[in-house]
Design a protein around this ligand. Structure first.
Ligand SMILES: [Zn+2]
Length: 93
């Protein structure tokens, strides 16, 4: 009876596993497909990671509402900007 083994749809790519985008270089632009970095291209993540993702969104929304940049908010919290960025993106610590 472990909930840790269950997986849910990735909140970033919504199960699509990858994103389509346009990459531009010296030889022009072309369509590219890149794997979702949140679920590592699997389309599913653990519920704990979805919680981290949603918490990160709240943290980011709060910061934006305060009109602060990532660097300003990190300085207020006494954190490294990279650490705050990771938190906002729901990265595992
Ligand atoms: Zn994903």
């Amino acid at each position: 009876m472990s909930v840790d083994e269950s997986v849910v749809t990735c909140p970033k790519c919504r199960g699509a596993k990858a994103f389509e985008g346009i990459a531009c270089g010296a030889d022009g632009c072309r369509m590219i497909v890149s794997a979702c970095d949140f679920c590592k291209g699997t389309g599913a993540v653990s519920p704990a990671r979805v919680q981290a993702w949603e918490r990160g969104r709240l943290i980011r929304d709060e910061r934006v509402r305060q009109g602060l940049t990532l660097h300003e908010k990190a300085a207020l919290l006494g954190m490294e900007p990279a650490a705050l960025n990771g938190l906002e993106r729901g990265r595992e610590p």
